[in-house]
Design a protein around this ligand. Structure first.
Ligand code: SF4
Length: 382
């Protein structure tokens, strides 16, 4: 019996998550909503006016797999640099506009694929009309971004505190403004740093409209705590089929947000990308240094985008069992003799010290074969 592939594992019925039916919009060449894959996005933290530094950071985020990248446009220097940034980036760029409607118009003209802007915050109806017109003229989408920390004062007065009802009312107010301008090419977020508030708000919003939802737990914290918080909050939503695009907000290097985003989606079988390593927590039975090996493998295999599972287990207690369920398996054995499994079958022993290079070589060989077979199938279909 051969091991189920990563793809096959993801399609077992008890793993499937029915997705909320949302309308689909286009952010540049990325589809968001409907049956489109849940996209992963992040945001630069360089000065947008420094196009070169921003593009260098964008490169790192693209390599980590970002589907969409957002940049802040707080001033005219930023929207001036946006043209170069849009031209140099491989993925669609979203311009984050706070209040100033002119920045929104400039960003749309500069080629932003989406504006993160709340129409209710930009002033008169004429200003809204101008921004919407610029978005229409340049094929630009929008995101309404409601945040528990910046709810309208009258909603806070009405509800007493940020709550799901206030968040949804705010979102629907902004949505109505865009609808009144005959613009529906937008997605919505209702973020909060409190997981329960965010989850309840998104659930209420998901029930109230069919717009695609950008999900996130805002200001989640540093790398470790923020990853845990985001995984719980986004996991609760995603496991109920809610969420069409997502950002993990971390006080950490932006590419980390992308990696964590993919790890969350991979855990739920919603997307697959690169090598998923299954490894044991280690104990006195381990027959090689599992932790160091896994750390080295994660770095060594970061360039692989083809989905694949690799189990790296310290001893025979769980090694053979995990190897049955992974594409490539490795189990530590006594006296420095380890066992390698391919497609669930014991393949060969490994005496060599260089476990990392050996396993990386097997992964790369398997990836090359998968790509070759895919190319053959595609060529045959043409
Ligand atoms: Fe310990 Fe073996 Fe379990 Fe790893 S698989 S934690 S080495 S018993």
């Amino acid at each position: 019996m051969s091991a189920p592939t990563s793809e096959a594992q993801a399609h077992r019925s008890w793993r499937q998550i029915p997705r909320r039916k949302s309308r689909q919009i286009k952010v540049g060449n990325v589809l968001v909503g409907g049956d489109a894959p849940i996209s992963v996005q992040s945001m630069t933290n360089t000065l947008t006016s420094d196009a070169q530094a921003t593009l260098a950071q964008i490169r790192g985020m693209e390599e980590a797999g970002a589907d969409l990248i957002r940049v802040s446009c707080p001033d005219e220097d930023s929207t001036s640099a946006l043209k170069e940034i849009v031209r140099g980036a491989k993925v669609p760029i979203i311009a984050d506009i706070h209040f100033h409607y002119k920045r929104g118009i400039e960003a749309a003209q500069a080629g932003a694929a989406c504006l993160r802007i709340n129409p209710g915050n930009i002033g008169s109806n004429d200003r809204v009309r101008e921004v919407v017109q610029a978005a229409k003229d340049h094929g630009c989408a929008m995101r309404i971004g409601v945040n528990a920390g910046s709810l309208e004062s009258e909603l806070l007065e009405k509800y007493g505190e940020p709550c799901p009802e206030a968040m949804v009312e705010s979102a629907m107010r902004h949505a109505k403004i865009l609808e009144d301008h005959d613009f529906t090419n937008f997605k919505i977020s209702v973020k909060a740093s409190d997981v329960f508030l965010a989850v309840a708000s998104y659930k209420a919003l998901a029930a109230a409209c069919d717009y695609p939802l950008h999900i996130g737990i805002t200001e989640a914290g540093g790398l470790r705590a923020g990853t845990v918080k985001s995984s719980i909050g986004l996991g609760m939503l995603l496991s109920e089929g809610i969420g069409d695009t997502m950002r993990v907000s971390l006080s950490a290097e932006p590419a980390e947000e992308v990696r964590v985003g993919f790890d969350i989606l991979k855990t739920l079988g919603l997307r697959s990308r690169g090598v998923t390593i299954i490894s044991c927590p280690t104990c006195a039975r381990q027959n090689y240094d599992v932790i160091k090996t896994v750390e080295a493998l994660e770095k060594r295999l970061a360039h692989i985008t083809t989905p694949m599972t690799l189990s790296v287990i310290g001893c025979v207690v769980n090694g053979p069992g995990e190897a049955m369920m992974t594409d490539i398996g490795f189990t530590g054995g006594g006296k420095g003799t380890h066992q390698v499994y391919l497609d669930g079958q014991a393949a060969h022993r490994l005496h060599s010290e260089d476990i990392v290079e050996h396993l990386a070589g097997l992964v790369e060989k398997k990836v090359a074969k998968i790509i070759e077979e895919k190319d053959k199938t595609e060529n045959a279909a043409e």
